[in-house]
Write a protein that binds this ligand. Sequence first.
Ligand code: ATP
Ligand code: MG
Length: 421
Amino acid sequence: VVSTGTEILQGLYADTNAQFIAEQLTSLGIQVVGIYAAPDDRAVLESTFRHVASTCNLVICSGGLGPTEDDINRDVFAAIWKTELHRDERALEMMRTRFLTRARGPMPESNEVQALVPTESTVLYNQWGTAPGFYLPARDGMPALVALPGPPKEMRPMFLESAKPLLENLAGGETISITRTVHTYGQPESYVNECCRNLFRADPRVALTILAKTYGVDLRIHASGPSNAAAQQLVRQYEEDIRSRLSPDEVYGADEQMLHDAVAELLIANRLTVAAAESCTGGLVSKLLTDVPGSSAYIKQGYVVYANEAKISVLGVCAETIDQHGAVSEQTAAEMAAGVRELAGSDFGIGVTGIAGPTGGTPDKPVGLTYIAIADKHRTRVQRSQFLGDREMNRIWAAQTALYLLRRRLLRWNASAAESE
Ligand code: ATP
Ligand code: MG
């Protein structure tokens, strides 16, 4: 993958084209062996393409197809791939029409160079801008080349609509790759790593990677097979294996399903409702719970209660509790959760109180200390957590932990409901 443009090397914009292309190629089962950025400089471009050509059998290049002096890629391609350029009449016509319909009048002559493409190439027409791209098949020891314009608004749709089908054919019959990301919460990366230790290199067709994210630890399964079904089967097998090594409390979802989605699903399935009273998370728990469309089915209300008076007057926390144990304490969290549940008439109440930092910590109650309570009609349980992040991270972890604890309670809900009858 080669991105061209002097501005990339000057740090003026991030090379998002390479990221997009690499992700797409990976999903096609095409292994990306290098990502390069080169300035609009003939000598550097030539040496970059010469080098790249010796390392792979497919090059995808973006940028440098404009009409200006610095857009020299098409000449460089012609020189390195030893091909002639010719004018593509349809591309020229599309460009002229685009100029006219966009009320810019007739197209300046300088734009005509953009219709120049290698003679042996398939033209990738551009409905989103002016410059066409092209696909030049592998030849004379040179890799295949896909050239696309630089602006992401043109490059992305052109890649998806024109380049991808050609590449699918190239890759087709060999391997299909599928990726699935399994999400966990509640255990550190080292623990998850330990549980899955002998899975990481168990099968050459599967690449398993572990990623610590802000919202939890992910396991990414990337499986390749001769067909979609074969790759799917491998992914399923790995996912089952991973789930059997961790507890259902810890594995809450996969791919786009986040913790709050999993919680919402369980609440809806069991026709249960929740309300939240938050101190250190400033409403983040409610925000996450309401990220899901249709959330009014299960969230009744949410309170952001920072002042002690508010905890007392709004939620009914006892003044003595705060006096005796402090606002950040197991007892206060418990009374917040039970209080908000009463107030809302919901099945569950969530209470969060903690010290997000960076100030406000004491030797007894350091920054990151957080109590999270979940109340239902039978009981109120409180978990004490000591988060070690900055303010932002402590708040995210506190909110995620609240959802994790609620989900854990929900997973046991049917059993405990039966038991109490
Ligand atoms: P144009 O006809 O607009 O000149 P071009 O094919 O010559 O198109 P460039 O001049 O290289 O493309 O880039 C045009 C603009 O597209 C850049 O200013 C930048 O905003 C965006 N762009 C180019 N390459 C990338 C990239 N690799 N990642 C993200 N944005 C890019
Ligand atoms: Mg340009």
